[in-house]
Design a protein around this ligand. Structure first.
Ligand SMILES: [Cu+2]
Length: 431
């Protein structure tokens, strides 16, 4: 493992699927046991970010290499797709849930799931291609958006049924990003699908059961990551022409500039170019928003093969930090204190800020865990401000767990210029 201890790699969870649990831990499912072009592992793990420890749970019914996982409104995880234990070319239609109904949802950081079982669900998800985009939207339904245009499905996690969504306008999308669009005080009710085709710069929105073409980005690309920033702007980083190809042929580490080019989507839905990344990052790249408002960009294979002089150590070398323009517009709002305990949905609560009078917006941003451009957990919600008294700002939590699944969120305060301060973590959902 590329960690401080250099302990032996405990399990082959290479290219697994993951999302967060209400207790702040990460559920990680699947992997690759090797052979047969990639045999799916049945592994089920939980990662504890406080101790950086791993806990093993009972195996899934099927192996999964390249699965997707999403956390639903009840805090349980739904696991779909992935190449089965029989090897590449055998994506599993089996849908499983963690923890199984009847077992408690891990709620607090000391609730460590150990030896907990998954449960097969009655509905199947016969995706022809792995790593579908999965989202739990404000209606509590799970949206399964396959890479194939004709495999767009709606799953009811309670009734355990699957129904068809309309065919997506664009054809096959491989390793493009998708984002649940911010929807103000409510949870998201639409998804923007981007990337996945180097020849198609368009973006496509699924909303109200219908697809519409939206503003294009400047370039088509695959392997991109699109993040929601604290103010609701979208940021695309990373990208390639194809797996291990930045535009000048397979395994050529030279990159067409456009694959290093970041892009930003403002409130008007229009895209504009941001700065170029120092290095191109495509297959197995990664990106996330840090609590201080910066963006961390990392991962990739090809440029590291070419540029990492220590490649023999087997570690992915570099991290780039992007500082969005809002970090360079002068003083930032200060968030001094947030509730230490759990915040119930729809409850009023207060935070303390020494810059309270300048605060115009308060926002929850879910942490993200992304791989292969699949990011099921990011979510952006505005919090209603109920009043400011001195340093105290009254806020109201999102109405339901369908709007915002239980768990940890970054709480950002923003000023009139849209500048966010550094976030503090809050725990949403009260037992
Ligand atoms: Cu992979």
């Amino acid at each position: 493992m590329p960690d401080r201890t250099h302990a032996p790699r405990p399990a082959p969870f290479f290219c697994a699927g993951h999302s967060f649990l209400p207790n702040g831990m990460l559920g990680v499912f699947g992997g690759n046991t090797g052979g047969k072009g990639g045999s799916g592992a049945k592994l089920s793990f939980v990662f504890d970010p406080w101790t950086e420890g791993w806990y093993r749970n009972r195996d899934m019914a099927v192996g999964r290499w390249y699965p997707s996982v999403v956390t639903g409104a009840d805090g349980r995880q739904i696991i779909m797709s992935g190449q089965s234990e029989r090897g590449t070319g055998t994506p599993t239609p089996v849908v499983e849930r963690f923890p199984a109904l009847g077992q408690p949802v891990p709620w607090r950081p000391y609730d460590i799931p150990l030896d907990v079982s998954v449960q097969r669900m009655r509905s199947d998800a016969p995706f022809r291609n792995d790593y579908p985009h999965l989202f739990s939207l404000r209606d509590g339904m799970i949206y399964g958006l396959g890479r194939d245009a004709d495999q767009q499905w709606l799953f009811d996690p309670r009734a355990e049924t699957r129904t068809d969504l309309p065919r997506r306008p664009a054809d096959f999308r491989g390793y493009g990003s998708a984002v649940p669009l911010p929807a103000g005080f409510r949870g998201p009710d639409s998804v923007l699908v981007l990337g996945g085709d180097p020849l198609d710069p368009n973006t496509y929105r699924l909303s109200g059961g219908a697809w519409t073409a939206q503003e294009p980005r400047a370039f088509g690309r695959t392997q991109d990551d699109t993040l929601i920033l604290p103010g609701g702007t979208l940021l695309t980083v990373n990208g390639a022409k194809d797996t291990r190809d930045y535009g000048f042929g397979p395994f050529n580490p030279k990159a067409d500039l456009k694959f290093r080019q970041t892009e930003l989507r403002g409130a008007d839905g229009r895209w504009r170019l941001g700065p170029a990344q120092r290095l191109p990052r495509g297959y197995h790249s990664n990106a996330l928003v840090l609590p201080d408002g910066r963006v961390m960009v990392t991962g990739d294979e090809l440029q590291q093969i070419a540029n990492d002089p220590d490649i023999k150590d087997g570690m992915d070398g570099s991290i780039e930090i992007y500082e969005p323009a809002y970090l360079h517009r002068g003083a930032r709002p200060v968030l001094d204190r947030v509730p230490a305990g759990e915040i119930a949905h729809d409850a009023e609560f207060s935070v303390e800020s020494s810059t309270a009078t300048g605060v115009r917006r308060a926002v929850l941003l879910a942490p993200t865990t992304v791989t292969h451009a699949v990011n099921t957990s990011q979510r952006h919600l505005e919090l209603r401000m109920t009043g400011v008294r001195g340093r105290t700002i009254g806020l109201r939590a999102p109405a339901t767990s369908a709007d915002a699944p239980p768990g940890y969120y970054m709480l950002f305060l923003l000023d009139a210029k849209g500048v966010p301060g550094a976030a503090k973590w809050v725990k949403l959902g009260k037992r």
